[in-house]
Write a protein that binds this ligand. Structure first.
Ligand code: PEP
Length: 306
């Protein structure tokens, strides 16, 4: 079953219970060219630049990834208010980065994970410096699928964020509660623990780090948090950041993730503390993903967060 299949069947908005306050071969060009930090425009004055990031998961790992990235780049070029990032599988990072570089695209490339050691006898792992050499400037860290299926913990997440910081990668750190935790009224406690674990490392990255609030029950299920419910959690995350550093809280973008699609993005992205979206299944289809990029740009032009 593809990620698209997972999201196609249902499209339900979940209302919070009151208890929740709730392919190409990598080549030499990859290492010399596509590191494009300087190409990313600064956040608009008085606001956070919206970000739409596509997590391709275990899909589009070859030439299909290059085609998808180029199609996404066309939407991004038409909507520069939105920062766009794509996260291909490791196998496609160099090729996708090259294609984007050759098109002078500002679309950023992320690894879907990163290991905390830089080199050595760690079979199967990929380090921050390797991702940089392949052309990535971002890393998704602590995705719930890694937490659920691959033993990721708050401790390993912090080590990875530290390694990304040290290796010059910006982070999209994922946090989110399971359905059981939500139903037990533990959402804020879980999120608080996950955010507190990384806030020190995020503070070191000077506001460049991104948090993605992704309720686990909403990922790949077609169930979406209501905009008000998501805003409540985003607001709580920002408050938590402010307890460490007010400037960090103002600068840090907090994305929502969990079955975001073109037809439900606007209500979410219009919320004051929702600065963008981390999109899984819907990021595999360029037109739908492009529509989400367009919505974020439109809201930015209208002065959201301004
Ligand atoms: C994700 O993978 O981060 C995600 C939010 O997936 P989906 O959009 O498919 O729910």
């Amino acid at each position: 079953m593809s990620a698209n299949d997972e999201t196609e069947n249902a499209d339900t908005t979940v209302v919070a219970e009151p208890s929740v306050t709730e392919q190409a071969t990598p080549d030499e060009k990859a290492s010399e060219a596509p590191i494009a930090d300087d190409a990313i425009p600064a956040a608009p004055k008085g606001g956070r630049r919206p970000m739409i990031a596509g997590n391709w998961k275990l899909n589009a790992g070859g030439a299909d990834g290059c085609d998808l990235a180029l199609a996404v780049a066309r939407y991004a070029a038409d909507h520069e208010e939105t920062e766009v990032v794509v996260a291909p599988p490791f196998t496609a990072i160099a090729a996708v980065s090259n294609e984007l570089y050759n098109k002078k695209s500002d679309v950023g490339v992320a690894g879907q994970d990163v290991y905390w050691e830089d080199s050595g006898a760690f079979t199967g792992e990929v380090s921050a410096s390797m991702l940089r050499m392949a052309g990535a400037t971002w890393a998704i860290i602590g995705h719930s699928e890694r937490r659920q299926h691959f033993g990721e913990t708050d401790e390993t997440v912090v080590k990875k964020v530290a390694a990304a910081n040290a290796g010059g990668l910006k982070c999209i750190v994922c946090v989110g509660e399971t359905l059981d935790q939500r139903e037990a009224g533990q959402t804020l406690e879980v999120i608080g623990r996950q955010v507190s674990a990384v806030v020190g490392e995020l503070a070191k990255s000077g506001g460049d780090g991104v948090i993605a609030y992704e309720p686990v029950w909403a990922i790949g299920t077609g169930k979406v948090a209501s905009p008000e419910d998501a805003q409540e959690i985003h607001g709580a995350i920002r408050k938590l950041l402010a307890e460490t550093d007010v400037e960090l809280a103002e600068q840090t973008r907090i994305l929502y993730g969990g079955s975001v699609k073109a037809n439900n993005a606007e209500g979410l992205l219009a919320q004051p503390d929702i600065d963008g979206a981390l999109v899984g299944g819907a990021s595999l289809e360029a037109d739908g993903f492009g529509k989400i990029i367009e919505i974020a740009a439109k809201l930015a032009r209208q002065g959201k967060n301004g």
